[in-house]
Design a binder for this molecule. Structure first.
Ligand SMILES: O=P(O)(O)OC[C@H]1O[C@](O)(COP(=O)(O)O)[C@@H](O)[C@@H]1O
Ligand SMILES: [Mn+2]
Length: 629
C-alpha cells in the first residue's frame, strides 16, 4: 500500500518509461562524480572582512587551482594577481583601471585564464549543476566557453575567440569577469559548514549573516554566542542583558543601534543618573551588568534543575566592606556602589528584584529585541539552517561539547525529573531551543536559552562561566573557568569513538569536528586530536585571541581526496589584499588521504540517490508490467 502511493507520486513526476530511464541514467552518472568540496569554518565572531576573505579564497583552494594550472607558465606575481581578481573582482578591476593596466590584450589573456580555471573546477559537476550555478543572463555564453569540444579544424577556438571579441566590443568584459569570479568561487566549494559563534566580539555579525543568507549551500551548528542572540530575540531578558553587556564591553553598539534598531538611549540616560561621574558607555555597562546579575539570579532561582545556586553572588556583596563572599571566602571587589540593589540578608530574593525603573527599561529593551525585523530575519535563518549538532557525510559537527563526567562517561543532566545524556540531551536541548522561538514560548523555555549560553552543563558552553567574578572581583584567580571533562578526554581516541558511536557513527572515516576553543599553537597545541578522530577548527577570526594563539586559526577542507587542515595567518585588510595582492598565508596539512577518490556514491547525497534509483526502478518495472498506467 505504502509502495503504491509512493509509486503514484513518482509517476506524476516521471510519467513515461523514457522519463524514468532518463532520470536513472542521470542519477547514476552523478554517483560516479567526485564528491563535492566541503568547507568548515567556526568562531567568526563578527569579523566580517576576515571571514569574507577566507570565504573568497575558499581557504586557499582557489590558489591551489591557479597554481596547478599556471605554475609552469606564469610568475608568482601574475598568479597572485589572478587570485586577487577572483577574490575581489570589482575592487581589483577599479585599481587596474586607475593604473591603466586594463588594455585589450590584458582582457584577452585574463578572460582566457579565468575560463580555464572555471573549466577545471566545473569538471567535478554535472553540466546541469554548473549551469544552474550561473546567472541566467550569462549562462549561455559561459556554458559555451567552459565546455570545449575537440574538433579537427580548431573551429571551437575561433568561436570562443569570437565570443571574447564581442564581449570586448560591447564593453561587457568587466561584468563578465565579475560573473566568472563568482562562478569560480561558487564551484570551488560545494557546501559550507559554520561550526558556531557568528556573533559577538567583532563588530559586524549582521553583515556576515547577510552574506550567509545568500550563500548557495550551508549549515550552521549553533554556538553559545548564537544561542544567546537567539534567546534575546525570543525575549529572554537574561539573554538580552547579556547581549547588551557583551556588546557594550566590546564597544559594539553599532550592531544593536544601527543594524537592528535597538536603541540604548533609555538605558544610557538611566545609567548616567546612577553613575554620574562615569563615562556614559561605561555607566551603561555598569547598569546593564547589575541588571544581568539580577535577571540571571531570577532564572537560577526559578530553575532548581539548573543546580546553579552557587552562582547567586549579588546578594553576597558587602557594600560597606567592598567585598563579596564566594564559597565562604571574602574577596575584594572593584565596584563602589550598587545604587539599584536592596541588600536584605534575611530575604535573598529581594536583592534580585528589579526596581520599577529597571523593569521599565528592560521592557523597552525586550520590545526592541522582539520587534526588530532584521534581527528576526537573521534569527529565523539561524533556526532554519542551524542545529545543536549535525551529522554530515559521516562526520559529527558541534560547537561546544558533549558533556562528560569526571570518569569520561556521558554526563546525565536532569530536567523536569527526566535524565538526559549524550545524543538525547542534545536533541532535548534543540527541541526546547526551537520551542523558545515559537509564539507561545514559556518562560521556562526562554530561561533554557540562557542555560544553553552559560549553564553548568551546557553542551554549547562547556565551562563554568564566571561572569560575576570577571566583572567585579579583583583577585583574578577567581576568574578561572573550569572546562567540562570533555576537554581533557577528547584527547583520547577511545572516548571520541564512544561519542561517535553515541551518534551511530561507526566508520573509521568518521570524525568529530569541534569549534569553540582557540587552538594555542604557540603553546604547542595542534588542531588534530585523538589520533585524528577529532579536529578543533576555531578559525581564529577574533582579533583579541591572536596573542594567545600565535596564528589566526584553522579551517578545514574535505574533498574527494581527503581532509586537510588549513592554518591561517591573521588577515590584514582588504586594502592590503588589493594593493599588495596579499593573501592570508594559508598552510595546508593533510589529515587524512583517501585510498580511493571519494565519489558522490560515498556521500549522504549518494545514499539518497541510491534510494531514489531503487524507487525509479520499481516504477520502471510497474510501467513494463503494465501495473501502472
Ligand atoms: O564561546 P567563547 O568565545 O569562548 O565565549 C565565552 C566566554 O566569553 C566570556 O563571556 C568572557 O568574554 P570576554 O573575556 O570576551 O569578556 C567567558 O566568560 C566565556 O567563557
Ligand atoms: Mn563559543
Amino acid at each position: 500500500m505504502k509502495d503504491e502511493k509512493y509509486l503514484e507520486l513518482l509517476a506524476e513526476k516521471y510519467p513515461t518509461e523514457q522519463a524514468v530511464c532518463r532520470e536513472i541514467i542521470n542519477l547514476k552518472a552523478i554517483l560516479g562524480l567526485p564528491k563535492g568540496t566541503e568547507h568548515f569554518m567556526s568562531d567568526l565572531h563578527g569579523e566580517y572582512e576576515a571571514f569574507c576573505h577566507i570565504l573568497n579564497n575558499c581557504s586557499g583552494v582557489i590558489r591551489e587551482k591557479v597554481d596547478l594550472l599556471f605554475e609552469e607558465t606564469l610568475s608568482d606575481i601574475d598568479r597572485e594577481e589572478i587570485c586577487t581578481l577572483i577574490y575581489y573582482p570589482v575592487e581589483k578591476l577599479e585599481m587596474m583601471k586607475k593604473e591603466s593596466r586594463n588594455n585589450e590584450e590584458w582582457y584577452r589573456v585574463i578572460l582566457g585564464e579565468l575560463i580555464e580555471i572555471a573549466r577545471l573546477l566545473s569538471s567535478k559537476y554535472t553540466r546541469s549543476k554548473v549551469r544552474k550555478a550561473m546567472p541566467d543572463e550569462y549562462a549561455y555564453i559561459l556554458d559555451e566557453l567552459i565546455h570545449v569540444q575537440k574538433d579537427e579544424d580548431d573551429n571551437q577556438v575561433a568561436y570562443h575567440q569570437n565570443i571574447i571579441d564581442t564581449l570586448l566590443e560591447l564593453d561587457s568584459a568587466d561584468a563578465f569577469i565579475e560573473v566568472l569570479a563568482a562562478l569560480i568561487k561558487r564551484l570551488a566549494v560545494d557546501h559550507l559548514h559554520i561550526v558556531g559563534d557568528i556573533f559577538d566580539r567583532g563588530p559586524c555579525a549582521d553583515r556576515i549573516m547577510d552574506l550567509l543568507m545568500n550563500y548557495h549551500s550551508l549549515d550552521i551548528e549553533w554556538g553559545n554566542h548564537d544561542i544567546l542572540w537567539m534567546g534575546a530575540a525570543a525575549g529572554s531578558e537574561a539573554c538580552i542583558a547579556t547581549v547588551i553587556r557583551n556588546n557594550l564591553k566590546y564597544h559594539n553598539i553599532r550592531i544593536l543601534e544601527n543594524s537592528y534598531g535597538i536603541s540604548l538611549r533609555d538605558l544610557t540616560l538611566f545609567a548616567e543618573k546612577l553613575y554620574p561621574d562615569t563615562e556614559p558607555m561605561e555607566a551603561a555597562l555598569k547598569a546593564i551588568s547589575v541588571l544581568l546579575f539580577k535577571l540571571e539570579g531570577q532564572v537560577i532561582l526559578r530553575n532548581p534543575d539548573y543546580q546553579m545556586t552557587d552562582k547567586l553572588l549579588l546578594h553576597q556583596v558587602n557594600v560597606q566592606n567592598h567585598t563579596v563572599c564566594i564559597a565562604g571566602t571574602d574577596y575584594e571587589i572593584c565596584e563602589e556602589t550598587f545604587p539599584t540593589v536592596s541588600f536584605d540578608p534575611s530575604n535573598l530574593e529581594v536583592s534580585y528584584e528589579l526596581t520599577a525603573e529597571e523593569k521599565q527599561i528592560m521592557e523597552g529593551l525586550r520590545m526592541a529585541f522582539v520587534g526588530s525585523v532584521r534581527l528576526r530575519q537573521h534569527m529565523d535563518f539561524l533556526y532554519q539552517k542551524g542545529s545543536m549538532y549535525r551529522i554530515f557525510n559521516g562526520n559529527l559537527l558541534f560547537h561546544g561539547c558533549v558533556p562528560l563526567d569526571e570518569s569520561g562517561n556521558l554526563e546525565g543532566v536532569v530536567f523536569h525529573q527526566k535524565r538526559y545524556r549524550g545524543r538525547d540531551y542534545l536533541d532535548y536541548a534543540e527541541r526546547i531551543a526551537r520551542r523558545a522561538w515559537s509564539k507561545d514560548a514559556t518562560q521556562k523555555e526562554l530561561d533554557f536559552m540562557w542555560y544553553l549560553w552559560c549553564g553548568r552543563k551546557s553542551p554549547l558552553s562547556g565551562r563554568n562561566i564566571k561572569t560575576f567574578e570577571r566583572t567585579y572581583v579583583k583577585d583574578e584567580s577567581t576568574w578561572h573557568e573550569a572546562s567540562n571533562p570533555y576537554y581533557q578526554y577528547y584527547e583520547q581516541e577511545k572516548i571520541c569513538n564512544m561519542i561517535l558511536h553515541e551518534f551511530n557513527l561507526y566508520s573509521d572515516r568518521s570524525h568529530i569536528i569541534n569549534g569553540h576553543t582557540p587552538v594555542r599553537t604557540s603553546r604547542g597545541e595542534h588542531p588534530v586530536r585523538a589520533n585524528g578522530r577529532l579536529m578543533v577548527i576555531d578559525g581564529g577570526f577574533c582579533k583579541s585571541y591572536h596573542k594567545t594563539t600565535g596564528i589566526a586559526g584553522y579551517t578545514l577542507i574535505f574533498n574527494s581526496h581527503g581532509i586537510r587542515i588549513k592554518s591561517h595567518q591573521p588577515f590584514q585588510s582588504v586594502y592590503a589584499a588589493l594593493t599588495e595582492n596579499k593573501d592570508i598565508e594559508s598552510r595546508s596539512e593533510l589529515v587524512e588521504t583517501e585510498r580511493e577518490r571519494l565519489m558522490v556514491r560515498n556521500t549522504d547525497t549518494g545514499k539518497k540517490i541510491l534510494e531514489d534509483i531503487k524507487g525509479l526502478k520499481m516504477l520502471l518495472q510497474a510501467y513494463r508490467e503494465g501495473t501502472m498506467e
